[in-house]
Structure formats: C-alpha cells, structure tokens
Design a protein. Structure first.
Length: 229
C-alpha cells in the first residue's frame, strides 16, 4: 500500500541541509578527501594569482572567495549532499510505502579500471569491482520497484517475503507514476538497505508507528515505477 504524505512530513523526512550520515557518505574515503584538498589548494591559488597579477582590489569579496575555496575540502560534502536532497525534495508529492521483498539477488558492478605495470614491464589493467545487493519490492496493488546498494554483512538477514517500508516520490497527485524511491527499511530486522542515507531515520520510524493499515487508501494499480540505484 501507499499512503500519501503531507508536504510537511515529506520535508521532515528528507532534510534540506545534509545530516551527519549524509555528510559522512560524501566525505568518502581518503582519496576523496585528497581530491577535495587539491581542489581547495588550486582554487585558492587561482584567486591569489588574480589578486596579485591584476591588482584586483575587491576587499571583502576576494577574502570571502579565497576563504571559501580554501575550505572546500570541509564544506564540499555538505554542498553535494544538500544538492542531492534538493533534487528529491523537488518532487511535488510523496507517499509512505508498505510492501514485501519479492526477490533479491547479488551482482557485481564495475566501478573503474586502473592501468599499472607488472614486474616484467607489461601493462596490466586492474578492474575495481563491487558486489551489490538488488532488491525488488512490491505490494498487492501490483506496484513494484527495484533498488540496489553496496553489499554489506548485515544484508545477509534480508529474505523474500519480509515486510518493507520506504518513501516514494511523484509529480502526480494520485501517485499513479512513481519517479523515485528512498532507502528500504525492514522493520522486523530494524535494518536499512541503501547506498545513500536519504531519509531522517528517526523521524521515519515515528511516521511508521503512526500509520496503520486501516489508514490505507482504496487499492489502485500503480505503474511506471522507476528503478533507483
């Protein structure tokens, strides 16, 4: 079933400004930090070069631009997470979905390739692959959707038939066309399956407890759901 959510609840579930888990997600691993640090250094150097060479006397503006550039390594994750949140918040309508796990399977995804040289001087291409769990969920109305996330040890507890909950998004008032879905929550295991932690999980569980099956709308078939990776 899908229960429509008010705009207020939807915006509470998906915050405008990045949360701590979202900041951590975009902070990434050490190579990501080094990349942001390099961007910060280069951007700050360019601004300093412009000020010195062109004798730009813009006072506070140059100072603020230089400071912002130098600290990009710190605020960058907030910017990218908030941008991703804003994209989802741009949908006009949303609903709270309750259904079951219909199917699940494991795949491998190619993240990138690296070229290196072995001890004999030959060129070797190393593929960076990541295992992912794919989950198909659905309900009695015929609605189905698929999502995938990096495979983690806790996901071994996921099984077909388990009840799941999530938030769906649409630009249609009747939610007849689902454009996007969020993290998948399995209440029986208190387990979240996701790549990016889009939802405020504390508030989501509150909404889940407040909603009951008798608040569901009359069943209607929904189509054109979109897969969220």
């Amino acid at each position: 079933m899908i229960v429509p959510l008010t705009r207020e609840k939807f915006e509470q579930l998906i915050p405008l400004i990045a949360t701590a888990p979202q900041y951590k997600y975009y902070w990434g691993k050490f190579p990501s930090f080094l990349q942001r640090l390099l961007i910060s250094v280069v951007a700050a150097a360019i601004i300093l070069f412009v000020k010195v060479v062109f004798l730009a006397d813009l006072g506070p503006i140059i100072f603020l631009l230089g400071l912002a550039s130098a600290l990009y390594w710190l605020w960058g994750p907030v910017f990218w997470a908030s941008l991703r949140n804003a994209k989802c918040r741009s949908y006009k309508y949303s609903g709270f979905f309750r259904g079951r796990v219909l199917d699940l399977w494991i795949t491998e995804e190619l993240l990138g390739k690296q070229e290196t040289v072995n001890n004999k001087g030959g060129l070797v291409i190393v593929e960076n692959r990541e295992k992912r769990i794919n989950i198909e969920v659905g309900d009695d109305t015929g609605f189905t959707a698929q999502m995938k996330a990096p495979l983690r040890v806790p996901y071994k507890a996921v099984a077909r038939g388990q009840k799941v909950e999530m938030v769906v998004m649409s630009n249609r008032p009747d939610l007849s066309t689902i454009e996007e879905i969020t993290d998948v929550y399995i209440p029986s295991r208190q387990l979240w399956v996701s790549d990016y932690p889009l939802l405020r999980r504390d508030f989501f569980t509150e909404v889940s407890h407040c909603l009951s099956d008798d608040q569901d709308e009359p069943p209607r078939r929904r189509r054109n759901n979109r897969v969220r990776s």
